[in-house]
Design a protein. Structure first.
Length: 131
């Protein structure tokens, strides 16, 4: 199977989602809502922990773009625009078509901010020429 896609198979349906089009997932008990760039929302009868496991197994190397934030959310790091721990707010956007503002705990956002800073620092270190 193509590792760009997440295949969700339930008793009643099979859904193939392009991982680059998934903005975030939000868990609500035994259900997970998956929100796409076109603002479509798919409700899946699967808890967020199982969804996180499915993403890791399905996407392999692209799975690193998806990060669990707190108890309720998995977000696609490609769409992170603004992390505001003091306002308990995370803004996800593509810069043109949509902007989602999520309410997330201060501690979870601090962890996300630290993760993003670490990735930026590592990325910059890899690009520096060796002297």
């Amino acid at each position: 199977m193509d590792s760009r896609y997440i295949y969700i198979i339930t008793r009643d349906e099979l859904v193939r989602l392009d991982c680059s089009k998934v903005v975030y997932m939000v868990g609500d008990g035994n259900y997970t809502d998956i929100v796409l760039v076109n603002k479509q929302k798919h409700s899946i009868c699967m808890n967020l922990s199982r969804m996180q496991q499915l993403v890791s197994e399905s996407l392999r190397e692209q799975a690193s773009f998806f990060v669990r934030i707190g108890k309720r959310f998995i977000v696609n790091l490609s769409f992170v625009y603004k992390v505001q721990p003091l306002q308990k707010s995370l803004v996800l956007t593509d810069g043109v078509n949509f902007a989602f503002k999520l309410g997330i705990s201060k501690e979870a956002l601090k962890q996300l901010k630290a993760l993003l800073l670490m990735r930026v620092t590592n990325s910059m270190a890899e690009k520096e020429p060796v002297k």
